[in-house]
Design a binder for this molecule. Structure first.
Ligand SMILES: *Cc1c(COP(=O)(O)O)cnc(C)c1O
Length: 485
């Protein structure tokens, strides 16, 4: 067994700055004042928080130590399924920070920001080429926001056709945001069970699709990491009843340059730039969920969009059928810049290769771990593979125990207990940016944890034992956060 990357070095405890401060400490020395001290205006006296007094070294150590508590993709593999936590090249951060682009005031007239508008226009074109869907809005700020905008487009289209539709079909392998977005638009989500092999059966859709149903929302690859191979037939059934097909493209990392959403029969699709296109995912930062639609639906997209007239670019507001604005100004422009830089630096061939490697890496893990952990569906996977704790049940070891023990060995755990259709799910998404040696080390570590589950189940039930924190009450932490000391 090779060494796991688990931590053994010095990770310091660190109190709050308020606990650390001592009255009279300073971060700098300044000469004594040579004028008499003046009292603060009354309104300011006693106002504001009581900041602690600290020296420079107190502050530097405090934040350096806290930064060492962080785990991110810059420190190690982050195999969180459904999230595409890949390494994003730093050049894209640099481009996004270019002052001429990033600091342009959003209210400058089009003639002063031709470069920015050109980038928006070209990014729209690139995303259209990637999905095969020619109409693109860069406004939505997240995947779920793209879905909501997509549902507004569905509603606008049905309204224009004088067709009253109240329901939407949502497979059980869809992302949880799908039914929420549909419900926000007034559609009643109708769940459909996936087949025994983890993908949607054509018959299940045919049974429920009717003329009161606005369409279907399909995540493809679905949240089991499986490709919905029946997508075309399903789209035909939905279209035949006047419905529309929404493709949740948040998992595009598996299929860039490999499939055309349009040719699969998808009418509307969002992409998560903060998964696939070089904005780091997680940490609560900004994202972007551009919406791509067929030529027929383009007129409903949010306004404004970047257009090109001859050699100049402008924002086009003249779109009477538009669903309106869904974001101020130009959307989350920094995220768009990263995506543009990523697509330009990769080029079409390498985008395709990235997807192929993402799938290869997941398939490799699936094959190597399938006897160690119970494989949920034994069929070719896309960018992620889903296991469960079925084989550990006899030792009464759960997915949670194994995930927590991985922390002791230096790994961020994979996604657990999602998707809901797999009991005790363990969902691993390695992404294309991990090399074989690192993936092998991860596989060996999972095997080690599974062996420990047999040899020392009590240890696993207590894990993590090496981390700064032990098992937390995650529900309470989320519902009832304690944000003060
Ligand atoms: C992440 C994800 C979403 C939601 O994206 P947000 O930006 O978090 O709103 C939607 N669908 C799928 C399949 C996803 O993986």
């Amino acid at each position: 067994m090779k060494k796991t990357p688990g931590r053994s070095g010095l990770i310091f405890d660190e109190p709050l700055l308020w606990e650390k401060g001592k009255k009279g400490r300073h971060g700098m020395s300044i000469p004594a004042s040579d004028v008499p001290a003046a009292a603060l205006p009354e309104a300011l006296q006693g106002a504001g928080p009581d900041f602690p007094d600290l020296s420079e070294i107190d502050v530097v150590r405090h934040y350096t130590r806290l930064s060492q508590w962080n785990y991110g993709v810059d420190s190690g593999m982050y195999p969180l399924g459904s999230c595409t936590m890949k390494y994003n090249p730093k050049i894209n951060e640099k481009v996004a920070a270019t002052p001429e682009l990033a600091a342009a005031h959003p209210m400058l007239g089009d003639e002063y920001v031709q470069g920015n508008l050109q980038i928006m226009f070209e990014l729209q074109e690139y995303l259209a080429a990637i999905t095969g869907l020619p109409g693109v809005s860069l406004q939505p700020a997240a995947g779920a926001h793209g879905e909501l905008t997509g549902m507004l487009v569905f509603a606008a289209c049905h309204r224009a056709r004088h067709s009253k539709r109240t329901k939407i079909l949502i497979p059980d392998t869809a992302h949880g945001t799908n039914p929420a977005s549909a419900a926000l638009c007034g559609y009643k989500p109708v769940p459909i069970k996936s087949g025994a092999n983890g993908i949607l059966r054509v018959e299940s859709v045919a049974e429920v699709m009717d003329e009161e149903t606005a369409g279907i929302m399909i995540t493809n690859p679905n949240t089991l990491g499986l490709f919905e191979t029946n997508i075309r037939q399903i789209a035909e059934i939905v279209h035949a009843k006047g419905g529309l097909v929404y493709g949740d493209g948040a998992n595009m990392n598996a299929v860039m340059g490999v499939i055309s959403a349009a040719r699969c029969g998808v009418d509307v699709m969002h992409l998560n730039l903060h998964k696939t296109f070089s904005t780091p995912h997680g940490g609560g930062g900004p994202g972007a969920g551009p919406l791509c639609v067929t030529g027929e639906l383009e007129k409903y997209l949010p306004i404004p969009r970047a257009v090109k007239d001859g050699d100049t670019y402008r924002l086009d507001f003249d779109c009477p059928d538009s669903v309106g604005r869904v974001h101020a100004f130009h959307g989350n422009f920094g995220v768009l810049l990263r995506a543009y830089s990523y697509i330009r630096t990769m080029g079409a061939e390498n985008l395709k290769k990235a997807s192929q490697l993402a799938v290869l890496n997941a398939a490799y893990i699936k094959e190597k771990l399938k006897g160690t952990l119970q494989l949920a569906y034994n069929r070719p996977c896309m960018h992620e593979c889903v296991f469960s704790d079925g084989l550990q049940q006899e030792d009464k070891i759960t997915t949670l125990d194994m995930a927590k023990r991985l922390i002791d060995h230096g790994y961020h755990p994979p996604t657990i207990y999602f998707p809901l259709v797999v009991h005790g799910a363990i969902m691993i998404e390695p992404t294309e940016t991990e090399c074989k040696e690192d993936i092998d080390q991860f596989i060996e570590t999972v095997k080690l944890v599974v062996q420990e589950a047999k040899d020392n189940p009590e240890l696993l039930r207590q894990a993590p034992v090496m981390a700064k924190m032990r098992r937390l009450d995650e529900t309470r932490a989320a519902r009832n956060p304690c944000l003060c000391g």
